[in-house]
Write a protein that binds this ligand. Structure first.
Ligand SMILES: [Fe+2]
Ligand SMILES: [Fe+2]
Length: 168
């Protein structure tokens, strides 16, 4: 049985993951408008991945016979100044999410909720990957600067991202 405190915090994280999904979808639309189909595709896949994260917690609450509460998702930005800005925001966003996951883990320790600690370990590993991917792409976008041919190459590379299983 989940404690009320743990259940509330997990429901809040469902909202945060859906909110991430919305942010990446908005960024995808921006890239599509800039004719960067590869970036748009990559961000769309990222949005789907975040949906998967939300559902992972959703399913977990149900497995523990808890009560799922879906909260309102904030409206994401619809305008971005540049690609560099998109990936700066992505990196900052993922750092914030990592912090949230760490706080959830700390609460699970405090509550002596061992199953939730095990479930959250997956997210702790995932956040290491998310921050690395965001900072790698940010570094590349910065390096590219105004070099259009290099930008086209990266756009093509990002176009090859395949949909991931809900585990990723
Ligand atoms: Fe996530
Ligand atoms: Fe990921």
């Amino acid at each position: 049985m989940l404690s009320t405190k743990m259940e509330n915090a997990l429901n809040e994280q469902i909202k945060n993951e859906f909110s991430s999904s919305f942010v990446y979808l908005a960024m995808s639309a921006y890239c599509d408008e800039q004719n960067l189909a590869g970036f748009a595709h990559w961000l769309r896949m990222q949005s789907q991945e975040e949906y998967g994260h939300a559902m992972k917690i959703f399913n977990y609450i149900q497995d523990r016979e808890g009560h799922v509460v879906l909260k309102a998702i904030p409206q994401p930005e619809s305008q971005y100044g540049s690609l560099v800005e998109v990936f700066k925001e992505t990196l900052e966003h993922e750092k914030t999410i990592s912090q949230m996951i760490n706080e959830l883990y700390a609460l699970a320790v405090e509550e002596k909720d061992y199953p939730t600690q095990v479930m959250l370990q997956w997210f702790i590993n995932e956040q290491v990957e998310e921050e690395k991917t965001a900072s790698d792409i940010l570094a590349q976008v910065k390096m590219i600067g105004d070099n259009t041919s290099a930008l086209i190459v990266l756009d093509q590379q990002l176009a090859s991202r395949s949909p991931e299983s809900e585990d990723k």
